[in-house]
Design a protein around this ligand. Sequence first.
Ligand code: FRU
Length: 472
Amino acid sequence: MNALHMLWEKLIEEQSARWKEDAERDLWRPRIHIAPPSGWLNDPNGLCQYRGVYHAFYQLAYFQPEGGLKFWGHCTSRDLLHWEFQGVPLCPDQPFDCHGAYSGSALTEEEGMYLFYTGNVKLSGDYDYVNNGRESNTVMAESRDGIHFDRKELLMTNADYPKDLTKHVRDPKVWKQDGRYYMVQGARTKQNEGTVLLFSSDDKKNWNYLHRFRMEEPFGYMWECPDLYEVDGHVVLAVSPQGVEQDGLKYANKYQSGVCFLSGDFRDTELIGGFRELDGGFDFYAPQSFRADDGRRIQIGWMGMPDMEHLYKNRTLKRGWQNVLTIPRELSVRDGVLCQNPVKELDGWWNREIHIEGAYCGVVDPCCELALRTEGGDVKTVLSGGLTLRYEESKGIFWMEFTDPLLGGGRDVRGRQIGKLTEMRIVVDVSCVEVFLNGGKDVFSTRFYPEKDQYHVRTEGGVHGVIRYHRD
Ligand code: FRU
């Protein structure tokens, strides 16, 4: 352990003591979403189930709620709903990660857990930080127990990546398949095109570049946080592109996250297409997934959006923290569409129900779910008097719109073509709203900031169903 690491440990301990007092008084702290104890959170990292326990790591600027130097925060859970903070296992404490332990993934084996991440280095000087002045190092950290990570090893530097790339190469996702290890990383070429690199290895330390995934036409200048997995017999490449132009209702956020289905084995396929956004709301980026012991493919995203500080005001900032992760979502493919639904543990947790038939108006628990069906026609649900979720049947569009700017912290309106609406699940968790339409074919995620007495809902149109919540 070096001197810098010891210093970080001391500062982290002091910070942890401080947030424990503040968290008690926190109006907008969610109950079943992962939130940072203090500071700024972004991407989910290292999602896995290890020795029966679920682990979620995340990008954390522990001392800087407005964002800054990145560490990895860590929490664990036995039910994917209630998470316990386990500390800050990765600190920028080496020459190869001194400006941030950036995003990455976990690989679990019999003997231990391995974290792969990007060691970010920004040289000081007059650089553009795209082609020069930056190092993107691929690093592996090891742990025997999944809690303490003591050995870091530098695996690759920019010199090991293809020569036509800029210095932007990051976010390794590693998995084992057919007796070999595979890794995908996001990258930006010198032509300013986003791409995903594929590597393989026999020993998880020495990596060979195989090929890259790309689209026929360039799609954004950089692809971040790739993920590659199989679900219901389909091979899926998830990617978060930057630099995609808005196209009508599509690509309305600053950056996108979506999936492409591969037409063949990932080892032989380079050309991808059919990108479909994973979320139509305001706050969703950099999703990652893992395979649970029972075979489920579970995805968690960052419920936030980079570079939106000028428009989105996350009102928890005053309380010293900002951003959350989405609820874990189980993935499946139906009618050729990747569907996302809250993990089944959520159904089991709700233990109270109120029935709704047609128009309804009433107070709700700050943590609840509305599960509604509709037989057609326009449908409207208003949360907290200022967040309207509306289906416009004549256009087949579902809208998420804030009519109260304070409630939405600057968010305005998003819409998405969904065809026919038959059912919706609206999961509300204090300052988080996730809407799952038609069995998870379309999803909308947003943060919102109701006052204490503002937890109420109003529905209009032909809906029926239940409001569920939990009582101890
Ligand atoms: C995505 C991202 C990643 C990077 C990380 C740094 O939000 O930009 O590409 O590794 O955040 O926090």
